[in-house]
Ligand binder design. Structure first.
Ligand SMILES: *Cc1c(COP(=O)(O)O)cnc(C)c1O
Length: 246
C-alpha cells in the first residue's frame, strides 16, 4: 500500500481531472496548491515526494520556519501565501513567497512594492470578497461586477496596483462562504470569474489569467466555474488541529 498522502493526492488529482473534463478544460491548466498550514515540514516533504510542488501557508512566521527547514528543496517548491498579510511583514513575505494570493488593499500593495528586492518581481493575486460575508477578507465587492456602487472604488485601486513596480498582478482569489453544500459556493466562484473578465477588459496591460478559488469541499465546483488554482488542505492532510489555523 502506498502512503496515505500519496493516496489522497491521487484521489484529489482524479477529482480535479473529472471536474476539468466536465467543464471541457484541460486538467493541466489547474494547479493544485497543497495547504500545509498547521502541518509539519515532514508533511510538505511527503506532498513534494508525490509530485505536488505548490504549497500554501496562511502565516508568514509559520511559513518561514518550514521554508528554512526545507531549504535544500527551495528550488523545487513554490510557496503560496493564502492568508491575510500585515503590512509590517511585507518585506519578509516579498522574500519568502512565489505568489501572494491575499493582496487585499492598496496600502498592502504599496508596502509589498516598496519591499520587493530590485532584481525580483513578486506575483500577486487580488483577493476579492464577492460573497459579502462580513468575516471574509479582501477587497469588498459583494455581488461582483453587478455592484455598481462599490465597483468604482475597486477599479481606482486596481488602476494604481497594476502600475506599481515590483509587483505583477496575475489574477484574482476568493474564499467562498462556508457551507455544507458545495453548490452554495458556485455563485461566488462565478462572480469572481465575471469580475476577472471585466478587469481584463479594463486593464489589458495586466495578466488576469489566474483564478484561485476552491478548497477541500468545493474545488470541483470551482474548477467548473473556471478556477486555475485550487487550495486544498484537509482533503490531502486530514483535519487540522482547531487551535491552530482555521
Ligand atoms: C485553510 C485554507 C484553505 C484550505 O482549506 P481546506 O478546507 O483545508 O482545504 C484554502 N484557502 C485558504 C485561504 C485557507 O485559509
Amino acid at each position: 500500500m502506498s502512503d496515505p498522502i500519496q493516496q489522497r493526492v491521487e484521489q484529489v488529482r482524479e477529482r480535479i481531472a473529472a471536474a476539468a473534463q466536465r467543464a471541457g478544460r484541460s486538467p493541466a491548466a489547474i494547479t493544485l496548491v497543497a495547504v500545509t498550514k498547521t502541518h509539519p515540514a515532514e508533511a510538505v516533504a511527503a506532498a513534494l515526494a508525490t509530485g505536488v510542488a505548490d504549497m500554501g501557508e496562511n502565516r508568514v512566521q509559520e511559513a518561514s520556519e518550514k521554508i528554512a527547514q526545507l531549504a535544500s528543496q527551495r528550488g523545487a517548491i513554490r510557496w503560496h501565501l493564502i492568508g491575510h498579510l500585515q503590512r509590517n511583514k511585507a518585506r519578509q513575505a516579498a522574500e519568502l513567497f512565489d505568489l501572494v494570493h491575499s493582496l487585499d488593499s492598496l496600502r498592502l500593495a504599496e508596502a509589498l512594492s516598496r519591499n520587493v528586492s530590485a532584481q525580483r518581481v513578486l506575483d500577486v493575486l487580488l483577493q476579492v470578497n464577492v460573497s459579502g460575508e462580513a468575516s471574509k477578507e479582501g477587497f469588498g465587492l459583494p455581488g461582483g461586477v453587478e455592484n455598481r456602487a462599490a465597483l468604482p472604488a475597486l477599479l481606482a485601486d486596481v488602476e494604481r496596483i497594476v502600475a506599481l513596480p515590483g509587483l505583477r498582478v496575475r489574477g484574482l482569489m476568493t474564499v467562498a462562504p462556508w457551507g455544507s453544500d458545495p453548490e452554495q459556493a458556485r455563485p461566488t466562484f462565478r462572480a469572481l470569474r465575471l469580475l476577472r473578465d471585466e478587469l481584463s477588459r479594463r486593464f489589458p496591460q495586466a495578466d488576469w489569467s489566474q483564478l484561485s478559488m476552491g478548497m477541500s469541499d468545493d474545488f470541483a465546483v470551482a474548477i467548473e466555474e473556471g478556477a486555475t488554482i485550487v487550495r486544498v488542505g484537509r482533503a490531502l492532510f486530514g483535519q487540522r488541529d482547531q487551535t491552530m489555523g482555521r
